[in-house]
Design a binder for this molecule. Structure first.
Ligand code: PLP
Length: 227
C-alpha cells in the first residue's frame, strides 16, 4: 500500500496556519508511516494500544503519538510513557487513572475531553452536563499531572451536511464556553488550545466551524480493511 502524497501535500497546504494534521495510521504498516515521515509529518494517530506499542519502538523517536481510540483504564499504564496527546478521555475515572500514571512517571500528560456530539449511540463521549460537572467540580484541580488541552468530537456518519455542521458548531461553542470557564476559575491544569474535530469525510466543514486539529486517515493512507 502506498501513501497518497498528492493528497498529503494538498491537505498540508490547505491546513496551513489553521489546523494541525494528525495522520491516522491505524491498521497501516510502519512503511506507510515512514513514507509520510519523510515528507515532514510528525503527528500520527493510533486507535489500538497493542498496535501503538508495536509500532512506536521501531519508528523515529521524534514522532508525536496521538491516542485517538477508546482507552480502557487498565491500558493507560502502557501508553503513558510514550503518548503526546490522548484525545478520547470521556470519564473522570479514566482521567484520574491517567493522572496517577503520569504522577508515577513524574510528567504531565496532555489530554482532550471527548464530547458526544453525534446522533449515533455508538460514539463515546461525555455530554454537556457531564462536562460541566467536571469543569465546575472539585476533582479536577487535584489532578496535578494532567493538562486538559481542549475537546475532541466525532460527528455523525452521514451525508447530511446540515447535521454535521450543527454538531461541529455545537462542539465549538462548548470549546469556547469551557475554555472561558477554566480561565475564570483559574484552573491550572486546564489550558484549551486544541479543538480536535474533522476526519477524511468532513474535515473542511470542521475547520469552517473552528477546528484546529483534524484526524485524517483514509485520504492519506487509503481505505482500511474492516477489522
Ligand atoms: C479512524 C479514525 C479517524 C480517521 O478516519 P478517516 O475517515 O479514515 O479519516 C479519525 N478519528 C478517529 C477517532 C478515528 O477512529
Amino acid at each position: 500500500m502506498a501513501v497518497n502524497k498528492e493528497n498529503y501535500n494538498a491537505i498540508i497546504q490547505e491546513l496551513a496556519g489553521k489546523a494541525t494534521l494528525v495522520a491516522v495510521s491505524k491498521t497501516k504498516p510502519v512503511e506507510d508511516i515512514l513514507a509520510l515521515y519523510a515528507l515532514g509529518q510528525r503527528d500520527f494517530g493510533e486507535n489500538y494500544v497493542q498496535e501503538l506499542l508495536a509500532k512506536q519502538p521501531v519508528l523515529p523517536a521524534d514522532i508525536r503519538w496521538h491516542f485517538i481510540g477508546h482507552l480502557q483504564s487498565n491500558k493507560v499504564k502502557f501508553i503513558a510513557p510514550l503518548v503526546a496527546l490522548i484525545h478520547g478521555v470521556d470519564s473522570v475515572k479514566l482521567l484520574s487513572e491517567i493522572n496517577r500514571q503520569a504522577e508515577k512517571l513524574q510528567k504531565t500528560i496532555h489530554v482532550l475531553l471527548q464530547v458526544h456530539i453525534a446522533k449515533e449511540e455508538t460514539k463515546f463521549g461525555m455530554d454537556e452536563q457531564e462536562l460541566a460537572e467536571l469543569m465546575e467540580g472539585n476533582a479536577l484541580p487535584a489532578m496535578k499531572n494532567i493538562c486538559i488541552s481542549g475537546l475532541m468530537g466525532m460527528a455523525s456518519f452521514t451525508t447530511d451536511e446540515t447535521l454535521v455542521q450543527q454538531e461541529f458548531s455545537f462542539l465549538a461553542s462548548l470549546y469556547k464556553r469551557f475554555g472561558a470557564l477554566a480561565s475564570s476559575r483559574q484552573l491550572p491544569n486546564v489550558r484549551f488550545s486544541h479543538l480536535s474535530m474533522g476526519m477524511s469525510g468532513d474535515y473542511r466543514l470542521a475547520i469552517a466551524n473552528g477546528s484546529n486539529m483534524v484526524r485524517i486517515g483514509s485520504l492519506l493512507f487509503g481505505e482500511r480493511e474492516k477489522k
